[in-house]
Each structure stands twice: as C-alpha cells, then as structure tokens.
Design a protein around this ligand. Structure first.
Ligand SMILES: Cc1cc2nc3c(=O)[nH]c(=O)nc-3n(C[C@H](O)[C@H](O)[C@H](O)COP(=O)(O)O)c2cc1C
Length: 239
C-alpha cells in the first residue's frame, strides 16, 4: 500500500512536464484563422500566421487567377525555390517544439502557396516531430494537400487522420476539433515528458519510440541512453 502510494506520487512528478506545440497556418478569408482560434482554446500552443510578402492581392479576382498562377508555378517546378511566393520572415525556433499543427487552406487541390513556401524552407527542421494537418476547403477532398505536406516534411511523424473542415463547417468546428484531438490521441501522443535519468518511475516496461521493448519492470531509467522512450503509454525524454 505504502509502495503504491509512493509510486503514485513519483508518477505525478514524472508526468508533470508537457511537450510544446506550434500551430503554423495561412489564411486568406479567415476560415483557417477561425479554426486555429478554436483549436487554441482546446490545446496549449504557440501560433504563427504566415503572410505573403506582397500585400493587397485579391485572390478572388478573375476566378482566383492569382492563386491559380501561384499553385501552377509550384506544380511545374516543385523542387525550385524560385517557384514559391515570397513570405514575410517568420521568427520561430522549431527546435523548441515537439509537435507542429499545420492549418492549411486548399487551393486548386493543393496546399495554399504561401504555406508551401514556409514548409519548403522549414520542413527539414520538422524531422521526427509529430505533425498534425488541418485542411479547410469549400468542397474538394484534401489528399493533394496531404501529399504536399508529406513532400515538404518528408521525415515528419504525421498524426493520422488529418482533419478536413469544409468552409461551411467553420463556425461549428468546435466538436470536429475535439473529436479529432481524441482520435489522434493528441494528449497522450504529443506529450514528451522530461525526466532525470535516476528518477524513480514506479515499475514499468519501457519501449523505444519504434515499439521495441528496452527494459522490463524497470524502476528507473538510469541505465538507458539519453533519448525518447514510451513508458506506460507516455513519451518520456531522458535528459
Ligand atoms: C486561390 C484559391 C483556390 C481555391 N481552390 C479551391 C478548390 O479547388 N476547391 C475547394 O473546395 N475550395 C477551393 N478554395 C476555397 C478555399 O479552400 C476555402 O474557402 C478555404 O476555407 C479558405 O480558407 P481561408 O479562409 O483560411 O483562406 C480556393 C480558394 C482560393 C483563394
């Protein structure tokens, strides 16, 4: 009884530190902006909004001709940085974050061009991080946007599924977002706890992040190398 109580107290302290999440989004007509506003009522996250360097563009003019041209340029030469529109500088250190949620409008079946620019330059720095994708479209399916995200963040550890919210669903997105967070087990999966190696962890089997058992009935993690492990369903970072 005493031992169980002691383990519980230690567990509380072990699991006290939370992972950091960044939400990166672009929004022209504010649907994604409103979705992100709702999302950040439900999770603790820093938020960055991407802005095109060129101001005052009217995407709706001439049947969305400007957006169409921006997407065509990327489609024609996706590996050429010159195909992507310039964006304002973004002052964020991705190394500070374990989880990144991307809020993307769909443009002609692809990810909105300004967000593609950001990911072209920063996708490599997201390797190994948990990546969530939320897509807003009027009606088109989102597989092209998912393809763009995977192309631009090739080593990302993507939550599955992505969340698709149609423009008409924006104002009622609260429950769609909370259901999605439950489905992807955001609370469990996105958490990375920082634990000193000699911290007593109760008595748990420890797994690597790829699922291999690394220790059975371990009481502490002091014999393990620094890194991230799964203990009792939680991600724990030994430092
Ligand atoms: C340039 C451009 C192209 C678009 N292409 C499509 C499309 O092919 N299919 C679709 O369902 N919606 C399309 N949309 C609509 C947007 O995906 C939708 O309105 C979305 O909610 C916009 O998000 P935002 O308000 O955050 O910018 C397009 C919008 C723009 C501006």
């Amino acid at each position: 009884m005493k031992r169980t109580f002691l383990s519980l107290i230690l567990l509380v302290s072990v699991f006290a530190v939370h992972a950091k999440t960044l939400v990166v989004y672009y929004s022209y007509t504010n649907n994604v902006h409103n979705i992100v506003t709702e999302l950040t009522k439900q999770i603790d996250a820093d938020v960055v909004r991407i802005e095109l360097a060129e101001k005052g563009l009217d995407y709706a003019a001439n049947n969305y001709a400007i957006g169409s041209a921006l997407i065509s340029a990327i489609r024609n030469s996706p590996n050429d940085a010159a195909s992507y529109p310039a964006i304002d500088p973004v002052n964020v250190n991705l190394a500070d974050y374990d989880c990144i949620i991307i809020g993307a409008p769909l443009w002609w079946s692809n990810m909105a061009a300004p967000l593609q620019t950001y990911l072209l330059h920063n996708g490599a720095a997201m390797a190994g991080k948990k990546i969530g994708l939320i897509v807003s479209s009027a009606s088109s399916g989102i597989s092209g946007v998912e393809g763009d995200a995977k192309r631009l963040i090739p080593e990302g550890d993507f939550f599955n599924p992505s969340l698709w919210i149609r423009s008409s669903q924006t104002s009622g997105a609260t429950s769609m977002i909370s259901q999605w967070l439950n489905t992807i087990r955001y609370d469990e999966v996105a958490k990375v706890e920082n634990v000193p190696a000699d911290q007593n962890i109760g008595k748990f089997t420890i797994f690597s992040v790829s699922g291999a058992m690394v220790a059975k009935d371990a009481l502490s993690m002091k014999d393990l190398e620094k890194g991230v492990y799964i203990v009792n369903g939680k991600k724990i970072c030994i430092n």
